[in-house]
Design a protein around this ligand. Structure first.
Ligand code: NAP
Length: 327
């Protein structure tokens, strides 16, 4: 038996969330069983648990798009029991039972061996949000971005992806401007390495097709008008990564930044990202993460606190990363 968060749907379509013991025999098929030590709450988990977004594809479902733990049983010679592993995405917590549980059974191909530098708790302090931030930075680098090209912008800066992106870009020597709707988080963002704090209100109303050009690179978690305004203010040949929709799924923009300034918009999908890129992302995270800055992002909760924290996250009342202690 292990404890788990379980989402169920009744015949009338109502969604309920329970936390309690589950029999091991109910675990899905898979070649590796992991004793989960830590999981987290990402934006997508919060949508799944509150039912505010169509994330869960089959019920009953154990949510949790990521986890870190130790292999208990394995049919894979290359992933023996005792291996410390991390999992991000692959539909886990959506189509396949996920990480908000004491045990998870998955395909070995989905697991990445945890770098020595991290404890399993630190791996989940980074979580899918932080791994996605690293994928964004790697994508900007592939577009030729360097600190000499100019300042970079991070939207949703006090959220999970945003906080880690600020920390990573500052560590790489960039001048980082952090966009936030929470001016009270200025000290927090400066401690992560932000050089400038910009109010979200400056980005959330429709602007002109081209604005004054400021930014060499940008990490956007918001989408919508925010992303359109970010694209409009890029320097010639600048690059923007789009990874989120915290503001809106729509993209009400013009082609002006792309055809008149050579701006590149790069999409980031952490869920189906190929394995070699994941391994490289976790290697870079191990190299670039400052443990003190990482810890400043963390709110630690128990499994029982998950439903309440999920609602708070979507209401913009949680800062940084939520780490879930698994009993
Ligand atoms: N593509 C992928 O593979 C991938 C992976 C991970 C996450 N994501 C997506 O990335 C987004 C962020 O995820 P997260 O885990 O960082 O969530 P999060 O912790 O909730 O952070 C989102 C942040 O966005 C800002 N925000 C909220 N509402 C906004 C609005 N209306 N306009 C502009 N900014 C707003 C807030 O930051 P401030 O208060 O500082 O403004 C909030 O903290 C989500 O949409 C998530 O689904 C995508």
């Amino acid at each position: 038996m292990f404890d788990a968060v379980m989402i169920e749907k009744s015949a009338d379509g109502a969604q309920t969330v329970h936390i309690g013991p589950v029999e091991d025999a109910r675990l899905p098929d898979g070649d590796v069983t992991v004793r989960v030590e830590w999981s987290t709450l990402n934006y997508k988990d919060a949508l799944a648990i509150t039912g505010r977004g169509p994330i869960v594809r089959q019920f009953p479902m154990v949510p949790g798009i990521d986890f870190a733990g130790v292999v208990e049983l394995s049919a894979r010679a290359d992933i023996p029991p005792g291996t410390r592993v991390v999992l991000n995405g692959w539909g886990v917590g959506e189509r396949w039972w996920g990480g908000l549980a004491g045990r998870a059974r998955v395909k070995g191909d989905w697991l990445v061996q945890l770098p020595e530098a991290f404890t399993t708790r630190q791996a989940m302090a980074i979580g899918t949000a932080g791994y996605t931030a690293m994928l964004c930075v790697m994508a900007l680098e592939r577009q030729g971005l360097t600190p000499e090209r100019g300042p970079v912008l991070v939207t949703g800066a006090s959220g999970g992806v945003g906080s880690v992106a600020v920390m990573l870009l500052a560590r790489l020597g960039y001048h980082v401007a952090a966009v936030t709707g929470r001016p009270e988080e200025e000290d927090y963002l400066r401690a992560l390495g932000a050089a400038e704090i910009l109010p979200r209100s400056g980005f959330s109303t429709p602007g002109r097709p081209l604005e004054k050009a400021y930014w060499a690179g940008a990490v956007d978690v918001a989408g919508g008008v925010v992303l359109a305004n970010v694209c409009a203010a890029m320097l010639p040949n600048g690059a923007v990564t789009a990874c989120g929709l915290a503001a809106d799924m729509a993209f009400p923009a013009t082609v002006a930044p792309f055809i008149l300034r050579g701006v590149t918009l790069v999409g980031i999908d952490s869920v189906m990202c190929p394995r070699p890129q994941r391994i490289e992302a976790w290697r870079r995270l191990a190299e670039l993460t400052d443990p003190t800055r990482l810890e400043s992002m963390v709110t630690e909760i128990a499994l029982a606190d998950v439903p309440q924290a999920a609602a708070a996250l979507l209401d913009g009342r949680m800062r940084g990363r939520i780490v879930v202690r698994i009993p």
